[in-house]
Unconditional design. Structure first.
Ligand code: ATP
Length: 308
């Protein structure tokens, strides 16, 4: 079984649904409120576990009710939580307002995630035992860099999602094998809005890049190879939350199983296309069997949550 380590964030998403988002100083009455486990690290961990990998999550939750729920959501999805610390203070939260047009505004309060500034004893060994280490930028950069260097020292593939976009230290890029920005992050990192030019520019720093393009699929670029565009399956999207995280988790599993990159990209695209047809973040992520069936048949499966 493919082994994946994730060093990343766990957040409780606090989602308020309103007809129209309030302006500064304004109060509006909303329609609905939900608390949903999220955080890019936790999302990628759940995606990889559902895709059939053995996953360990390295990070932190707070000593609060959200921390208990975040841990049990991960455990319930089959993610190993022995390296998920409980620290003093609040868990990470994302305060999200979604309006009737589908637009959203988000305030993220890192909470416990901000306290992960280095690896703890045992983490390097956990990373070393994995096929890939999945990294994002919702933890302090020192921790992300420490994880990438530990992976590099053990010959473990590092997959970095550069979100939220921010300038990346040369040392982190030098320890990254595969960079997976969306098109906005690729533009922010390079200053180039043309996705082909942005991918080519990123190849100066990392050997392989996958730029995700929403419903348009992905563009894969690698040093010394022709770029490869993989279209997304045509589906009716109802909620694209965590589509990118679903894609990355599934891609890492497929690569860990030794699938060639084009096949791995198609399989991960199938997983992400399934996730956008269902509401939710972690709840919308397909199982390995569901992705296999969809990838093979190309048929649109029945909507609904994956089996527990
Ligand atoms: P998010 O922040 O919502 O997780 P993202 O901005 O990181 O997403 P996107 O590029 O929007 O990432 O989507 C990631 C992948 O998900 C796409 O490359 C594609 O494979 C799949 N995807 C997203 N939207 C759709 C869609 N409407 N139809 C089919 N596949 C989709």
């Amino acid at each position: 079984m493919t082994a994946i380590a994730v060093l990343g964030s766990t957040n409780m998403d606090l989602v308020a649904y309103v007809a129209k988002a309030p302006r500064l100083g304004e109060t509006v009455t909303g329609r609905d409120f939900r608390t949903v486990p999220g955080g890019k690290g936790a999302n990628q961990a759940v995606a990889a576990a559902r895709s059939g990998a053995e996953v360990v999550m390295i990070g932190a939750v707070g000593a609060d009710e959200f921390g208990v729920r975040l841990r049990s959501a991960l455990a319930g999805a089959g993610v190993g939580t022995a390296a998920l610390r409980t620290v003093e203070g609040a868990s990470g939260t994302a305060h999200i307002t979604v309006d009737d047009e589908g637009g959203n505004s988000i305030v993220v309060i890192p909470g416990a995630n901000a306290l992960v500034t280095s690896l703890e004893p045992g983490d390097a060994a956990r990373i070393g035992a994995a096929d890939s280490l999945l990294l994002q930028l919702e933890l302090p950069l020192e921790a992300v860099l420490a994880g990438a260097l530990a992976a590099r020292a053990h010959g473990v593939r590092t997959v970095l999602t550069p979100a939220p976009a921010q300038p990346l230290p040369a040392e982190l890029l030098a320890a990254t094998d595969l960079l997976v920005p969306n098109e906005h992050e690729a533009a922010a990192l390079t200053g180039l809005t043309d996705v082909h030019l942005a991918a080519a520019a990123l190849l100066q720093d990392v050997p392989e890049v996958v730029v995700t393009l929403g419903a348009a699929g992905v563009l894969y670029a690698a040093r010394g190879r022709e770029p490869l565009a993989v279209p997304a399956p045509r589906v009716r999207a109802v909620d694209t939350t965590a589509a990118g995280d679903t894609f990355v988790g599934a891609l890492a599993v497929a690569l860990g199983e030794g699938r060639p990159m084009p096949a791995a990209l198609r399989w991960a695209s199938a997983a992400a296309a399934l996730s956008v047809q269902r509401p939710g973040a972690q709840d919308s992520m397909p199982t390995r069997a569901q992705t296999d069936a969809f990838a093979l048949s190309g048929r649109k499966p029945e909507p609904g949550p994956p089996p527990a």
